[in-house]
Design a protein around this ligand. Structure first.
Ligand SMILES: Nc1ncnc2c1ncn2[C@@H]1O[C@H](COP(=O)(O)OP(=O)(O)OP(=O)(O)O)[C@@H](O)[C@H]1O
Length: 759
């Protein structure tokens, strides 16, 4: 069957090789739908063929567009950037159905106007309400779903986070309800719902209901979920309803109490179906599906297709069309999300966190993800001393969760610290930054967490905090998610101050002119008396820096430490700079510095003979005043240069990576439930690594120096300072586990070494 239509001036072919669609007549012209015979795909176990298209700027791309007689898959590439393709540039061909297959063409330049929501033949009220919310043209998943949904087909769909899946099913359902509906102006009291949307979490259910309500205020929508009283929901249902959105547990309760009757449901939507499984709703979902009329249209949205979801679709969906806008694309994240990764230690995490928020969220909204409810509480409390923040997790009462989310949406506080379940599917506009405070349990969770930013085509950043023993997992994550992290170091004090000042300046425009007027005489007087300093003092006070910040290590971010850099002119050196020569140099210049030396890293740039190292602030300042031998320069650094130890050594990584242990095999391990160093909590304390020595590329074979296991953090501890230390003097750890930098033997410090001339 080939269904050709002219939509919006675009010549389209709806090619359904051996399908006899349960076709409904619709006045809306069909959007182009491309699909061809298929074989095997990751998503649906289908057969594959391809869509070829030719971008205007040359080159070519191939995206899979696959189908079986019972289902088909459509790649996002087929729809992406229609405006960028030449006329006749998009061809669909299929060997098996070649003779039946026409070529579908998009004439690139017309698409923007002609794909406008106003031109789709949607109900006027729907168009108006969408436009009033800035929704003027369809997103790709919406374009892909619209026609088959209007045709009455069952659909399985997958698209990246934040790409508009709710309206993908919302728009066609609203249109269909409105078309059928003669009752819009005089809705019948007590009418039974025609649409049922199941969502795995309360927040998601509320969000979906809101999106439908905002789009079609003339429809009666009710959201039902647990944790709140039954009465309001029962009353709303008894008044008559068009759309019910809810979580499975409460829906079952309402069915049992006969408050909810599903006998007239025409449309079923299962949103985030895989999450239903994750949160243990599978039995409830099946029970509900059993209660629905068999003659209905079903749409299932799911990021992944675990066996249960496949079973559901086989059992409860009728010849579903599969629309997969992610497919085998390596990049699973929406475009526009900049990915960063930052090495941390357990002890430094919290200090770093507030600085990261200050520098990377730039005063906007941030969500911090923790693994446990307790962590969410603790992190939120510790942040609150510097940045307004609240926690969101399953132990918080429903009304409080709603207040928290509303407060966050309205910008009453800027940092939400959340667990995964609480934040799944949340659509909060304009979240600028996501911080993975703990590694997620699996790649899918990482995608979902990160997808809370960069929504609806906007930009955002995501930062992954990891400890040294999680480095390999970070690399696995890059492969699994198809992203590339930019490795960053903790923001320097200067960057934090600069960002804070910028944010304070940005808030000044919000001060009411009348208030400004009131304060002007005082300001004038101040400036006359103190000049620019008065304004600077005001900015410092508003930024929360009335006291100067103590210096911090750029390597470990510990307070009270300063990171210095030693560079050596090659003309003056006999060999390459090594950790040992740094300590030797320091003991010559200022022996206290050698004694108190923290971590040392060699600079990666091989043209530079240099190293960075930590010292207690006072000692560092003193060292900076000392005379250094010719050819050696010591300076304070505000940004770490690339270090030799930045990357996990590839030989180790290749040999011991999770991949070799079946990480990519779809096993539980791949999903991250049990790798010891990988997904999940595991041990994220790398204090042990502080006692390691060895590790730079040049030193790896030097076994006498290496106390490290194969996943060494590559951090060198020379001189024996532990990273847990936070003050600049005293408290030296006498149970020293490192090696003496003078004689190389373990168990004592350089200052205690019998070979130390100063001993
Ligand atoms: N066509 C459109 N034009 C502009 N904005 C849109 C459009 N469609 C949806 N949006 C907005 O994009 C945001 C993301 O939509 P939605 O929450 O449906 O995404 P999603 O794909 O379900 O995300 P997730 O997978 O994270 O749940 C919402 O704020 C929505 O209002």
């Amino acid at each position: 069957m080939a269904l050709s239509s002219s939509l919006l001036g675009v010549s389209t072919v709806y090619q359904t090789p051996s399908l006899d669609l349960p076709r409904r007549t619709t006045s809306t012209p069909a959007l182009s739908l491309l699909f061809a015979a298929a074989d095997k795909s990751q998503f649906g176990g289908l057969r594959a063929s391809s869509v070829h298209f030719r971008p205007k700027n040359g080159g070519s791309a191939v995206a899979s567009a696959v189908a079986t007689p019972n289902s088909s898959v459509l790649s996002e590439e087929a729809f992406k950037g229609l405006g960028r393709f030449d006329k006749n540039s998009l061809n669909v061909s299929d060997s098996e159905y070649e003779s039946d297959t026409d070529t579908t063409t998009f004439s690139g330049d017309e698409s923007k106007d002609e794909l406008a929501i106003a031109n789709l033949g949607l109900p006027r009220l729907l168009v108006e309400s969408l436009e009033s919310r800035g929704i003027t043209s369809l997103f790709p998943i919406q374009r892909a779903v619209l026609v088959p949904a209007l045709e009455g087909r069952d659909i399985i769909a997958r698209a990246k986070t934040g790409t508009g899946k709710t309206l993908a099913f919302g728009i066609p359902i609203i249109k269909r309800l409105s078309e059928d509906d003669q009752e819009i102006r005089s809705p019948r009291r007590g009418r039974l719902p025609r649409v049922l949307v199941l969502a795995p979490t309360r927040e998601l259910a509320k969000q979906v209901e809101k999106e439908i309500k905002d789009s079609a205020p003339y429809l009666n929508t009710v959201c039902v979920y647990g944790g709140v009283s039954y009465n309001t929901q029962q009353n709303a249902l008894s008044r008559g309803v068009d759309v019910v959105v809810g979580t499975p547990g409460r829906i079952i309760d309402l069915i049992k109490s006969s408050s909810l009757k599903l006998g007239e449901v025409q449309f079923l939507v299962l949103d985030e179906a895989d999450q239903m499984l994750a949160v243990g709703f599978e039995e409830d979902v099946e029970m509900i599906l059993e209660k629905l009329p068999t003659k209905r249209q079903s749409m299932l949205f799911s990021a992944t297709m675990p066996a249960w979801v496949k079973k559901l679709s086989r059992k409860y969906l009728d010849s579903p069309l599969t629309i997969d806008l992610v497919g085998d694309q390596d990049e699973k994240l929406a475009e526009g999300i900049k990915m960063y990764a930052i090495p941390t230690t357990t002890t430094s995490k919290r200090t770093i966190l507030s600085d990261l928020v200050t520098v990377y969220a730039k005063g906007g909204k941030a969500i911090v993800f923790t693994q446990t409810k307790r962590d969410a509480d603790e992190v939120s409390v510790s942040l609150t001393t510097s940045i307004a923040s609240e926690a969101l997790h399953g132990d918080i009462s429903q009304p409080q969760r709603e207040r928290t989310l509303n407060g966050f949406r309205q910008g009453k506080f800027t940092v939400l610290v959340a667990t995964d379940v609480a934040a799944r599917g949340l659509d909060i506009p304009n979240v600028d930054l996501i911080i993975h405070y703990e590694l997620p349990n699996d790649p899918e969770t990482f995608v979902h967490r990160s997808g809370r930013t960069g929504r609806a085509g906007k930009e955002g950043s995501a930062i992954l905090m990891f400890t040294s023993n999680q480095r390999r997992t970070v690399r696995s994550l890059e492969r699994d998610v198809g992203c590339k992290f930019e490795f960053i170091s903790p923001p320097s004090v200067e960057e934090v101050l600069e960002s804070s000042a910028e944010q304070v300046v940005a808030t000044l425009s919000g001060v009411h002119p009348e208030s400004v007027e009131f304060f002007t005489p005082t300001a004038q007087k101040l400036i006359e008396e103190q000049g620019m300093g008065a304004l600077a003092a005001a900015l410092a006070q508003l930024s929360g820096f009335s006291q100067p910040p103590s210096s911090r290590s750029l390597i470990t971010h510990e307070q009270g430490l300063m990171t210095l850099q030693l560079t050596r002119d090659p003309a003056y050196s006999r060999g390459f700079l090594s950790a040992r020569s740094v300590t030797g140099f320091l003991s010559d210049v200022y022996s206290a510095a050698a004694d108190e030396l923290g971590k040392i890293h060699l600079i990666a740039d091989e043209r530079v003979q240099g190293a960075v190292f930590d010292l207690p602030e006072e000692i560092a300042k003193e060292l900076l005043n000392r005379q250094t031998p010719p050819g050696n320069t010591i300076s304070k650094v505000t940004k770490l240069p690339a270090l030799q130890d930045d990357e996990p050594p590839s030989d180790y990584y290749g040999r011991f990576s999770n991949r070799d242990r079946g990480f990519r095999g779809g096993s539980k391990e791949r999903r991250g439930f049990k790798t010891s160093q990988g997904w999940g909590r595991g041990s994220d304390d790398n204090d042990a690594s502080d006692f390691r020595r060895g590790g730079g590329r040049g030193n790896r074979s030097d076994s006498s120096w290496s106390r490290s296991s194969r996943d060494s953090s590559n951090d060198w501890l020379i001189g024996g300072r532990r990273s847990g230390r936070s003050t600049s003097s005293g408290s030296r750890d006498r149970s020293f586990g490192g090696a003496c930098f003078i004689c190389g033997r373990s168990g004592h410090r350089a200052s205690d070494c019998p070979n130390n001339p100063a001993y």
